[in-house]
Design a protein around this ligand. Structure first.
Ligand SMILES: [Zn+2]
Length: 235
């Protein structure tokens, strides 16, 4: 059993537990730290990002400069220490599995499309030819603690968006860059974007929904549908 006085230096402990202990002892609630300093402390833990993310569903709140503008891009802020995962009874906290039924439901509800960029299963990224999207489930709000395993907490994402969204400091664009692109949109585009921003939701059009279903079919089965649709439109 791992007791409350366990140390992050104890290499026999799991990486998630060591990360939690390091945050508790070396950072503390309200403390600022860098991912590099954590990686330096807990050597051999390649995926400190992943371990930190794993703490979120256990009630830990770790904010990036996107959530907290006073931070530098390489800084993180430990807002809240969640469940003491170093205790045996909390070891598995937040690591709840998503049931197969929930998984199916969420994919179906989201039209088998990434809700962040709109790509469908196995579709090629326009800006990355040769790379095909793989769908996965992410949390609606990955930066807030307590992401659950219920359908309403989950969202269909492609693996690329999933990584971008969850990644603590790997931000590709600045606010100014996004704002420049926003300003360039035609009025109709601005209006549409504003509606999505307000609801934090981009609804799929009927054609997009069917596109998502179509992309779910094996390629060999898909083939005939092109001819069928063309024939239908000619008739
Ligand atoms: Zn995506």
């Amino acid at each position: 059993m791992v007791e409350a006085d366990a140390s992050w230096r104890d290499e026999s402990l799991g990486a998630r537990v060591r990360v939690a202990l390091w945050l508790r002892d070396e950072v503390g609630e309200g403390g600022v730290f860098s991912k590099a300093s954590m990686r330096e402390a807990i050597k051999g833990t390649e995926q400190v990002d992943r371990r930190m993310r794993d703490l979120r569903p256990a009630g830990w709140a770790i904010l990036t400069y996107r959530d907290k503008p006073s931070l530098q891009p390489d800084q993180l802020y430990l807002e809240k220490i969640g469940l003491p995962v170093w205790r045996a009874e909390h070891r598995a906290a937040g690591l709840r599995q998503i049931s197969a039924k929930t998984r199916r439901y969420v994919y179906e509800r989201d039209g088998h499309m990434c809700r962040r960029c709109g790509i469908s299963a196995a579709e090629q990224y326009a800006d990355e030819p040769g790379t095909h999207a793989r769908l996965t489930l992410g949390h609606v709000n990955p930066h807030i603690s307590g992401g659950g395993a219920n359908a309403e907490d989950l969202i269909t994402e492609c693996a690329r968006c999933n990584e971008t969204v969850k990644h603590l400091t790997g931000v590709q664009m600045t606010k100014e860059q996004v704002w420049d692109r926003m300003k360039e949109l035609p009025v109709q585009g601005k209006r549409q974007l504003l509606a999505w921003v307000k609801t934090d939701f981009r609804p799929l059009s009927p054609a997009e929904k069917v596109w998502g279903m179509y992309r779910q079919l094996p390629a060999a089965v898909r083939e005939g549908l092109e001819d069928d649709l063309e024939a239908l439109m000619r008739s």
